[in-house]
Write a protein that binds this ligand. Structure first.
Ligand SMILES: Cc1cc2nc3c(=O)[nH]c(=O)nc-3n(C[C@H](O)[C@H](O)[C@H](O)COP(=O)(O)OP(=O)(O)OC[C@H]3O[C@@H](n4cnc5c(N)ncnc54)[C@H](O)[C@@H]3O)c2cc1C
Length: 388
């Protein structure tokens, strides 16, 4: 049996109803045309205020989200932990633009850190920089443009929020992932996260930056970070991802006619992702890292690297992570075999989580092969249960 093939393990905590719901959902979103129509209708219904929250909550929300609050996500956290899978609570609030929103998001992130500090079931915290400041400010900072007085004040507020979040994580001993976003705002994010790593990662990696391996400059950047860490005597925390904004990156680079910052061939991204994993394992004395992927081959490759370098399967410096509701065959099977597995568990008011859900639907539609795999695993398990 292959590394991820034990469906009895994959679906251990799923009821027949859960399986049927997943089957129904993945069947729908595997059809690009239907997904397009449904996401359009979803956006329109929210805009004109149709009462569809109930339907969303019982279907796609239940598949991909923990609950509307931290407390409401407890059942999901407990269920994952029964299979020795840690939860990373991910407060989903997107497209907010006011100072009040940024402050309340910061406070919610701090709540997730405090919650994590009280429970072994929640080994990490995470946040997205655009939840606590304006996209336009990050864009200006990334272009190194001069800021007017009001923008300078906003920048100071943003820096204070990030520092407060990182300091709380450091003091409460909760490692913290900082998500990566579009390349044209990422330079500003990288700069401040590097500053936080230098400040707080003196004894071990508490602050983790995210590296998107669809970018064609990231292997060089990894080497730069390691060099900086050696020169300045700190530990590096990294989350490796392929990258979630591929379409937007290509479209913008073509439209504005600048050199495209991302690979155009999937195999180049795959190659860099695996190279990055190898680089991290080879420098494990200084780098802790999370392999955040649903890709079977990359996950299997990391298990081989762990064996090759004679590391412990449960080495706390090597974390595997998937999103809730996706690639359970990787998460549950690797957890069963003793690897260090976590899942992002998004939570928040249904309305605020919709952009995240739409991305999940679109992503699942666009990944050729993966959808078939999710569906075929569910079908196999449905059959297995019937014949028991
Ligand atoms: C726990 C977790 C945390 C995450 N955090 C972040 C984050 O902070 N920031 C972020 O941007 N994303 C994040 N992601 C999403 C991630 O970047 C991917 O979009 C997603 O996981 C799909 O990639 P994959 O590695 O699972 O595998 P696959 O399904 O093998 O790969 C799909 C990915 O390959 C890349 N790709 C697709 N087509 C091409 C092409 N023609 N040329 C080159 N590359 C291509 C794209 O990045 C696409 O998303 C996270 C994912 C997980 C599981």
């Amino acid at each position: 049996m292959g590394l991820f093939d034990d469906n009895k393990v994959t679906y251990a905590d799923k009821s027949d109803n859960d399986l049927n719901r997943a089957f129904f959902l993945f069947r729908i979103i595997s059809q690009p045309f239907i997904t397009k129509i449904l996401t359009f209708l979803l956006k329109m219904s929210i805009k004109i205020g149709l009462p569809i929250k109930g339907i969303i909550k019982a279907t796609i929300y239940k598949q991909f989200c923990g609950g509307t609050t931290i407390e409401g996500s407890q059942e999901t956290i407990d269920n994952l932990w029964k299979s020795r899978i840690g939860t990373i609570l991910n407060f989903s609030s997107e497209g907010k633009e006011t100072k009040e929103d940024f402050i309340s998001t910061k406070q919610e992130i701090i709540k997730t850190i405090k919650k994590a500090s009280q429970s072994e079931k929640i080994p990490f915290a995470v946040f997205k920089p655009t939840g606590i400041t304006a996209f336009s400010l990050l864009e200006k900072l990334s272009k190194n443009q001069s800021l007017n007085e009001q923008e300078q004040e906003k920048n100071q507020e943003f820096r204070n929020r990030i520092k407060e979040i990182c300091k709380t994580a450091f003091e409460l001993k909760v490692p913290l992932f900082i998500d990566a976003e579009e390349s044209w705002i990422q330079t500003a994010i990288d700069e401040i996260v590097m500053e936080m790593m230098r400040k707080f990662n003196r004894e071990k990696a508490w602050i983790f930056n995210t590296i998107q391996l669809y970018r064609n400059d990231r292997i060089a950047y990894l080497k730069e970070i390691l060099m900086d860490a050696k020169n300045n005597n700190y530990f590096v925390g990294l989350k490796l991802v392929r990258g979630a904004y591929h379409g937007q990156e290509i479209e913008r680079a073509d439209r504005l006619k600048y050199p495209c910052p991302v690979h155009r061939k999937k195999e180049d991204t795959d190659k860099d992702f695996n190279l990055a994993q190898k680089f991290c394992v080879e420098n494990i004395d200084r780098i802790s890292f999370c392999s955040a992927t649903h890709n079977e081959e990359s996950s299997a490759y990391l298990t081989e690297l762990i064996t090759l370098h004679k590391l412990n399967k449960n080495d706390k410096r090597i974390i595997f992570s998937q999103l809730l509701g996706m690639s359970d065959h990787i998460s549950y099977n690797l957890a069963k075999q003793g690897y260090y597995i976590t899942k992002y568990v998004p939570y928040g008011p249904v309305k605020d989580v919709i952009p995240y859900l739409i991305r999940r639907a679109e992503e699942n539609t666009s990944i050729a092969g993966q959808m078939n795999r999710e569906l075929s695993n569910i079908i196999k398990e449905k059959k297995r249960r019937k014949y028991i």
